[in-house]
Design a protein around this ligand. Structure first.
Ligand code: B16
Ligand code: MG
Length: 212
């Protein structure tokens, strides 16, 4: 049924979600703003500036100017990129490689659909710079998930209609985006059990049960 699989990056292909958490936590601590894993889950799939807005909901006091917000986001991204610089091929699991190869051997196209502006850097770090047939990321979209743009662009780059694409996501915002794009979706991690998904994956390997 499917002709392509579009993978979210952060929280699906690799665990940069941990690094996002650490970088936001560092910023929040410095500013004396409360931040925890539950708030962090709301940042999954959401753009950098929208993530900052969610974090600043806990800030009591004068609102920040757009300029101040841009500099806060830049500060977080600096810390995040220091963490990304330490990533290597060991941050890509054997399990993920095996399943990507399985899907490719079945003749399907593979793409990345990520809200991140650091997506290509991350793919380089984990040793997959040229692996995917298309990469749609934070640099080619105006609206981040739950808006469908990032996945519709991926389908367009692949030249495959949305109805033949399956999206793999760890974020509820990402499942909403797939749904809005008219694509089926498989949910894992934080999105597991979310009602808008078509499939639930207890592990990445469960994809083998869908792409047979
Ligand atoms: P950046 P994904 C998303 O990646 C992350 O889940 C989200 O937490 C982050 O804010 C967003 O990328 C933007 O990332 O600051 O690197 O541009 O899950 O869509 O692959
Ligand atoms: Mg994600």
């Amino acid at each position: 049924k499917y002709k392509a699989v579009i993978f979210d990056l952060d929280g699906v292909i690799c665990h940069t979600d941990q690094y996002h958490f650490l970088a936001w936590k560092k910023l929040a601590d410095r500013m004396g703003i409360y931040f925890d894993k539950e708030i962090n889950n709301r940042l999954r799939g959401v753009s950098r500036m929208e993530s900052l807005e969610i974090i600043l909901e806990q800030h009591k006091g004068e609102p920040f100017t757009e300029e101040q917000k841009a500099s806060l986001a830049e500060e977080k991204n600096g810390v995040y990129k220091e963490l990304l610089a330490k990533m290597s091929t060991s941050d890509l699991s054997e399990e993920v490689i095996k399943i990507l190869e399985h899907i490719r051997l079945k003749g399907l196209k593979l793409a990345i659909g990520s809200s991140s502006k650091n997506a290509r850097l991350i793919l380089n770090q984990i040793g997959l710079p040229d692996y995917f047939d298309a990469i749609s990321d934070g640099n080619n979209i105006m609206n981040s998930k739950p808006h469908p743009e990032v996945f519709l662009k991926a389908a367009e780059y692949l030249n495959i209609a949305p109805e033949y694409c399956l999206v793999v996501e760890d974020a509820k915002a990402g499942i909403d985006a797939a749904f809005a794009a008219g694509m089926d979706s498989a949910a894992l991690g934080d999105a597991y059990g979310y009602h808008k998904a078509n499939y639930y994956l207890t592990s990445f390997s469960d994809l083998q049960l869908i792409i047979v």
